[in-house]
Design a protein around this ligand. Structure first.
Ligand SMILES: [Zn+2]
Length: 331
């Protein structure tokens, strides 16, 4: 790993300093190395899922360390110092994506938490799909607004005159109010996706309520509506939280079709193949209109026109979630 740090003469600029590319490689190497030093592998990956909750952020699934070479104490302390520096330089609010399978393991999901069970227990409040009798489907986009992705998704939807449902993260909305206004102006439906993408099922009831109400207040200030639809990040919500949602007029909406566009930056072909696996009348399709720094949603962006044309050619009507579920969009 250290050989990378010894740059060849042609990789340095006139001042003799390594070029930006090489500096980037060094940072990557150091980041991987610090992962090894701080106790790593799958165990760390699982722990990071629960940490992400308290850290109020979400991270690209941690990459497994490529190198396991032992290091001297001196080198270790240097690397630790570098790690500290790198961490200090990270922008606040860096979005992170959590490994969902880790969350399921961490939360030790019981039968009571299974989505099918919850749908039966809370009919009309916890939904995974609409009626199978009509050839309707809904496109849903989570983690909006994101200036890198959301405008392109909106352009495509506008081109095809399609209306979708966007689940809004409160702290992102506060930073990008114009994008929230645009989503609303172009006829799409807005739903609540928590304030900072917390794993709601791990929060005490009061903190869970704060996640919902804070986002509700932000959306109301920007576009004047209080969304009825709530999608919990990672689809994770406890039965008593759903019961609270029911009492307060919310509808919790997960999905029955996962494009898996959150996993490993898939190609558009992969996104489309994932959607086709479980698509049927009444389906709610999960995609993303925003993501973390490491996330590349170009697969989603490029798949969208193909998906719309494919759905239309198969005779599906693409409708918003309130239309699909027969529920009001706003409270
Ligand atoms: Zn999300």
């Amino acid at each position: 790993m250290y050989s990378i740090m010894q740059t060849k003469p042609e990789e340095r600029d006139e001042s003799g300093m390594p070029t930006q590319k090489i500096l980037l490689q060094i940072v990557i190497v150091l980041t991987v190395a610090t992962g090894i030093l701080t106790g790593t592998g799958a165990k760390a990956s699982a722990q990071s899922a629960s940490k992400a909750d308290s850290a109020s952020s979400w991270t690209a699934e941690p990459t497994k360390p490529q190198v396991t070479k032992p290091q001297s104490k001196q080198k270790q302390s240097t690397v630790r110092q570098k790690k500290k520096n790198i961490n200090n330089k990270q922008p606040r609010g860096k979005y992170k994506k959590v490994n969902r399978s880790s969350i399921k393991r961490a939360s030790n999901r019981s039968e009571d938490m299974s989505w099918v069970h919850l749908q039966k227990k809370y009919p009309g409040t916890f939904a995974l799909s609409g009626s199978r009798d009509k050839r309707n489907v809904s496109l849903t986009f989570d983690d909006a607004p994101d200036p890198r992705v959301t405008p392109v998704i909106l352009d495509t939807l506008s081109h095809y005159h399609i209306r979708a449902t966007f689940f809004i993260v409160g702290d992102r909305a506060a930073k990008n109010p114009e994008l929230v206004k645009r989503i609303m102006r172009e006829g799409h439906v807005i739903g609540n996706h928590s304030y900072n993408h917390a794993i709601l099922s791990k929060l005490p009831l009061t903190q869970f309520q704060q996640q919902i109400w804070k986002t509700d207040g932000i959306i109301k200030r920007i576009v004047g509506v209080s969304p009825r639809l709530v999608r919990p990040p990672y689809g994770e919500m406890k039965p008593q939280q759903i019961a609270w949602g029911k009492q307060n007029g919310f509808t919790i909406v997960n999905w029955d079709v996962d494009s898996e566009d959150w996993r490993n930056n898939p190609s558009s072909a992969r996104v489309l193949a994932n959607i086709k696996k479980t698509l049927q009348p009444g389906s709610i399709i999960l995609q993303h209109a925003g993501g973390g720094d490491q996330q590349d949603l170009s697969g989603t962006i490029h798949a969208l026109p193909v998906l719309i044309e494919m759905l239309q050619s198969k005779g599906y009507d693409i409708v918003t979630l309130p239309e699909l579920l027969g529920r009001k969009a706003y409270r």
